[in-house]
Structures are given as structure tokens and as C-alpha cells.
Design a protein around this ligand. Structure first.
Ligand SMILES: Nc1ncnc2c1ncn2[C@@H]1O[C@H](COP(=O)(O)OP(=O)(O)O)[C@@H](O)[C@H]1O
Ligand SMILES: [Mg+2]
Length: 252
């Protein structure tokens, strides 16, 4: 049985004349964590934005190739991008809660979907915060402004906000790079605890993080996918010399 929930074939992304991704073939297995690693500027964020069509918002960006999610071409003409982004949630590098209460942050997407009744919202808000491993810290402060919490707490509130709309896939672009080590570790634990229900793709600069939490790792360099393998196998025994050099800190 094919477990691949995302299949991307020959994905090229141009910013104007400049080709930033040179034909990426990369598949993602359902309910696994895949790490995207590689030096700054190699195309990790660009590739991630292909998966939820956020590059659509960059006027000079143009993609060729195909990306299928659950066997549906997400760039087909009839695709509703709002529906796609309900299925594919994104958590960004800087925690970016809205400047209102914890409750209203997590309920935000649900309200957009027309669920207005607080009695209906409350249990979903609670379960999302529990899933994001932040409930105990915020349960007595649900009406406090989300911005009053620490960076690590804000990031887990943002994860809860993403989980509330029940995406199938969660994209995270260096979600812990702005956090201290303890907060980063908490976010990592959150990801490990939810992966049985979600397919997670995480861009990370942190090789230890990739090796701690991911099942598979994709190494990008200069807009190309250099190596893609089981994380343990790649870290122990990279096949490509460039992967080996990168993992050993020879460039970064
Ligand atoms: N909006 C943009 N317009 C033009 N070039 C861009 C844009 N975003 C990224 N790039 C370029 O595309 C390449 C890949 O960038 P990016 O995907 O951000 O890499 P990474 O996330 O791996 O650091 C870089 O050369 C970067 O300068
Ligand atoms: Mg990036």
C-alpha cells in the first residue's frame, strides 16, 4: 500500500528569471515527521511554500511540476486554496499569535468556519491546547492576551491554533529558531506527541533537532534535493559527500 500522502514531481520554482528550485522529487509518508535541512538560501522555505501554495502570494513566483496530496493535484485549476490551507497548516518561524486572547486565537479558524457558539468552541479549544501541550500553562488564563506569554508558549499556542482546524498536514518553518533550548524541547515533544495523527514537515537548521524528532530527512543544497533517506541512516552513513560535509559542519 502506498503510504505517501504528498507526492511532488519535478517541482521548479522561479522568482522572476531566477530558478530557485531545480526539479524537486520528494514524497512524504503519512503520520511521519520529515525534516528539511540544508544551508540558508538552499530553497527549504520556498519548497515548503509550494505545499500550501503560499508562493501564490508572491507575484513574481511561478511553479512548474506537480504536487499531489491524497492523489489530488493541488495546482489543478478547480482547487479551492482556502480548502487546501485547511488541510495543510503552517507554523512560522516567529511565534505570531494574534493580539487577542488565548481562547480567541485558538477559536479563530473555527469561527471563520462559522462555529460561533462558545459551548461548541470551548471543547475544541481545550483539546487543541492539550494536544499542543500548553493547556496546563494557559488553562487559568484563557482570556489573557496571547502576546503576554513567553515565546515558547506563544509558539505552542500557535500550534494549537493550527491544530484546531484539524489539518492533515502541518508545515513548520524553523519553528524553534527563535526559542530558548527548553522551549524548543517542549515544542519538539509536542510534535512527537501529535505525529500519530498528522503528517509533519519541519524545516530546521538544527541537526540535533532533525535527528531527535524526524523519521526521514531531506537535504537541500542550492535548490536541489541532494539526499533523502531514513534519518538514522542518513546521519550515520550519508551516501553523498556533500551531505556528509554538511552533517559534519564543514559548511553551513
Ligand atoms: N520572494 C523572493 N523573491 C526572490 N527571491 C527569493 C524570494 N524568496 C527567496 N528567494 C531566493 O530563493 C532562494 C531560496 O530561498 P529560501 O527558500 O528562503 O531558502 P532557505 O529557506 O533554505 O533559507 C534564495 O536564493 C533566496 O534569496
Ligand atoms: Mg527559510
Amino acid at each position: 500500500m502506498n503510504q505517501d500522502i504528498i507526492i511532488s514531481k519535478n517541482v521548479r520554482l522561479y522568482y522572476g528569471q531566477k530558478e530557485a528550485l531545480h526539479g524537486i522529487n520528494l514524497n512524504f509518508i503519512k503520520n511521519k515527521i520529515t525534516a528539511l535541512i540544508g544551508p540558508s538560501g538552499c530553497g527549504k522555505s520556498t519548497y515548503l511554500r509550494c505545499l500550501d501554495r503560499m508562493n501564490d502570494l508572491i507575484p513574481e513566483a511561478k511553479m512548474t511540476g506537480t504536487i499531489k496530496i491524497n492523489n489530488h493535484d493541488i495546482y489543478a485549476p478547480r482547487v479551492n486554496v482556502a480548502d487546501l490551507r485547511r488541510e495543510v497548516g503552517m507554523v512560522s518561524q516567529q511565534p505570531n499569535p494574534f493580539p487577542f486572547s488565548v481562547f480567541d486565537n485558538v477559536a479563530y479558524g473555527l469561527r471563520l468556519e462559522g462555529i460561533k457558539n462558545k459551548k461548541k468552541l470551548a471543547p475544541i479549544v481545550e483539546s487543541s491546547l492539550k494536544q499542543a501541550a500548553i493547556w496546563d500553562e494557559v488553562k487559568d488564563h484563557l482570556n489573557d492576551n496571547a502576546l503576554s506569554f513567553s515565546g515558547g508558549q506563544q509558539q505552542r499556542i500557535c500550534i494549537a491554533r493550527t491544530l484546531a482546524i484539524k489539518p492533515k498536514i502541518i508545515l513548520l518553518d524553523e519553528p524553534t529558531s527563535a526559542l530558548d533550548p527548553i522551549s524548543s524541547f517542549q515544542v519538539e515533544n509536542t510534535l512527537l506527541s501529535i505525529k500519530k495523527d498528522y503528517t509533519i514537515i519541519i524545516v530546521t537548521h538544527n541537526m540535533q533537532q532533525a535527528s531527535r524528532i524526524s523519521d526521514r530527512t531531506a537535504f537541500f543544497l542550492n535548490g536541489k534535493l541532494i539526499e533523502f533517506d531514513d534519518t538514522k541512516r542518513m546521519f550515520l552513513n550519508p551516501k553523498n559527500e556533500k551531505t556528509n560535509d554538511y552533517l559534519n559542519g564543514k559548511f553551513g
